[in-house]
Each structure stands twice: as structure tokens, then as C-alpha cells.
Write a protein that binds this ligand. Structure first.
Ligand code: SF4
Length: 349
């Protein structure tokens, strides 16, 4: 039996039942792929249900506002995915009459669709012989062929793409891709691959040499930058001030409290001085909230102060005043802020 057949046979017996695998609807498959980028299935699945319920087709999503989409996306992180989701829904609705293009070369031009997602849609929906290469597939192939080049280097990526193309089952691309990804997720896992259950064991070089732990090879990651956020939760008339984040970063267009952002931790004295300059004298400061992003670690503190008068520069600085409840319900905001608010509301009940 070829390794492709062994793999597909294993998949048909062992696959998880996932709703987006039971459909050929390009919209739903695209949605699931965007949601599952950098996200585990268990975490992404409730979002898939929420989105398909609220926006059952590409037209309903295209008609949504960015605020509504980001609100529904809240908690999933990597918010550029939510913004791209809307941009692509609008493009498909307007430029392609609501029908996703079939060709990989067209799909990849859409916002938020990279080589992996384009290959996934082209094969899962249209059964085109293009082969996905994601973290799971990379791991399986790097072990099977003992690929010495780092999977995150340009050279390594090229080699793995080539191997993926040469190995792919051209007659059953959708099934083959699903099977490969499932094997990486369930059997050929990063820490302890279950080789005794693996249909690819007879074909696997890493198994033959017992070198599973040495593959995939990875290049040292970039140094993680640290940032310090001092969020100001300024209360006035039972409302708080918020603003929309305009920085061109992953939280762009989300809502947050006014912010003092620094590259280094500042001393209590320095913070006191900064706050005094904007008229804040009485305040409490929260514990540290840490938030880890891909290349950045944020250490956040929340400064809570009750203002006697309304903030002078509120309009000039485009600050809104809303109740905490409204903020939580209507304004998409980073999980870091939601964590703080949950603690804050608990201790102020
Ligand atoms: S035999 Fe082991 S290392 Fe090789 S592909 Fe299967 S699970 Fe991965």
C-alpha cells in the first residue's frame, strides 16, 4: 500500500467530526480556516458556530460593520484576521458576486489568505491538487524525511513545500490534506509522537533512526520585545473614558482606556509625576497583567481614578465616555483589558 493510501485509511477511521469538514461551502471553509490560523480547534470551534449563526453567508458578513465583526472576534486574538475577514467578505461579495474564486492563484490575492489558506480552500472545496503546508504538516514531513534545514528558514520552507507537492495524492487532494493535518494534530504531536499508532511508521526515517525528537529543526526565535502599558481607567459620572486604538498594530481599531506606553518599566515616582501632569493625583494601581504575543510581551498596570471634573482634553483626544457595561458589551477590546475588568468588577461588587 502506498503511504498516501495508508494515511487516508487511517484518517477515515480516526478523524474528528468537525462541522467544517462536512461541507463544501467555500464561505464556511474559508471562515473556519481563518479562525483556526494560530488557534487550537477547541478554542476556535465556538467562534465558528457564532460566526456562521450570525453571518450564514458571505453577503451577511460583508454587510456587517468592522465594530460588529471585531466584537464577535473578541478573545480570539490576532485581530488583523478579523479585519481581513471583513475586507475579503466584501471583496468576494462585490467583485466575485458572492462566489469564492476556484484557483489558488486568485484565492491568494484575497486579504488574509496566504499560501496555506489558499491551498486549503482550493483543495477542500474544489478538490484541486494543491497541498497544504502548516505547522502540523511541516512536522510530519520534517520527521518522515529527516529534513535538516530549519522549518522556519527560507530554505527549509522551500524544501518542505517541494516535498509536500511531490508526496501529495493528486487524485484525492482534499482527503489527503485533511489526513495529513489530522495526523500532525493527533499522532505526530510536537512533544511525544505516538509512533506506535502511526500509519506512516514504515515510511518514516525519524522513526527508523529514533530521531523523532530532533525534528523539525527550528531556528532560534527573534528576541521578544517587552513593553509596559499603563492604562488609565478614569471614572466620571459613573462612566469611563475609552478611545479607539489607531496604532498600526494587532490591536488597531479595538477600544481601550487612555494609555501611557513605555519601552521600559517606570518607577512609582516617575509614574506619579506623569499622572500629576495630566491632573491625576488620587488613584489606585492594579497588579501586573502580563500578555504574551508572538514577538512581544506586554506588562500592563491599570490605574483607576475617580475624576471630580470631566477630562479637559477628552474631545480633542477623541475619548468617549461610556459605562463599563456598555464598554464590555458593545466595544471590541483586548482580552488583557477584559481580564482586568472582570477582576475589578468582582472586587467592587
Ligand atoms: S512514525 Fe512517529 S515521527 Fe514518524 S510520522 Fe509517525 S508519529 Fe511522526
Amino acid at each position: 500500500m502506498s503511504f498516501q493510501s495508508a494515511l487516508i485509511k487511517w484518517y477515515q477511521k480516526n478523524k474528528r467530526d468537525l462541522p467544517f469538514r462536512e461541507t463544501k461551502d467555500a464561505y464556511k471553509i474559508w471562515l473556519s480556516e481563518i479562525i483556526l490560523q494560530q488557534t487550537r480547534v477547541e478554542q476556535g470551534l465556538p467562534y465558528y458556530y457564532k460566526f456562521t449563526e450570525q453571518y450564514p453567508d458571505v453577503y451577511s458578513l460583508a454587510a456587517a460593520s468592522e465594530g460588529e465583526v471585531l466584537k464577535l472576534w473578541q478573545g480570539l486574538g490576532y485581530y488583523s484576521r478579523g479585519r481581513n475577514l471583513l475586507a475579503t467578505a466584501r471583496e468576494v461579495a462585490e467583485k466575485y458576486d458572492g462566489v469564492f474564486p476556484k484557483q489558488y492563484s486568485e484565492l491568494i490575492k484575497l486579504k488574509g489568505i496566504g499560501p496555506y489558506t489558499a491551498a486549503a480552500i482550493a483543495s477542500f472545496v474544489f478538490n484541486q491538487p494543491v497541498f497544504v503546508v502548516d505547522g502540523n504538516v511541516n512536522r510530519v514531513l520534517a520527521r518522515m524525511f529527516e529534513v535538516k534545514q530549519a522549518v522556519n528558514s527560507t530554505e527549509g520552507k522551500k524544501i518542505l513545500e517541494q516535498i509536500a507537492n511531490e508526496c501529495g495524492d493528486r487524485k484525492r487532494p482534499a482527503l489527503y490534506n485533511y489526513a495529513m493535518m489530522e495526523l500532525g494534530a493527533l499522532v505526530c504531536t510536537p512533544a511525544n509522537p505516538a509512533c506506535h499508532q502511526c500509519p506512516l511508521q514504515p515510511y518514516c526515517m525519524a522513526y527508523a533512526h529514533q530521531t523523532q525528537k530532533s525534528f523539525p529543526v527550528k531556528e532560534q526565535k527573534k528576541k521578544i520585545k517587552q513593553r509596559w502599558f499603563y492604562y488609565l481607567m478614569l471614572k466620571h459620572d459613573d462612566k469611563i473614558y475609552i478611545q479607539q486604538r489607531r496604532e498600526n498594530d494587532i490591536w488597531k481599531n479595538l477600544y481601550e482606556f487612555p494609555l501611557i506606553e513605555t519601552k521600559e518599566k517606570i518607577s512609582d515616582k516617575q509614574l506619579q509625576k506623569e499622572l500629576k501632569e495630566i491632573g491625576i493625583r488620587d488613584y489606585t494601581i492594579s497588579k501586573t497583567y502580563s500578555h504574551q504575543l508572538t514577538h512581544r510581551k506586554i506588562e500592563a498596570h491599570f490605574i483607576v481614578s475617580v475624576l471630580k471634573r470631566k477630562l479637559k482634553k477628552a474631545e480633542e483626544e477623541k475619548l468617549y465616555k461610556v459605562t463599563i457595561k456598555e464598554f464590555q458589551k458593545k466595544y471590541a477590546h483586548p482580552r488583557l483589558i477584559e481580564k482586568f475588568l472582570t477582576d475589578y468588577l468582582k472586587s467592587n461588587q
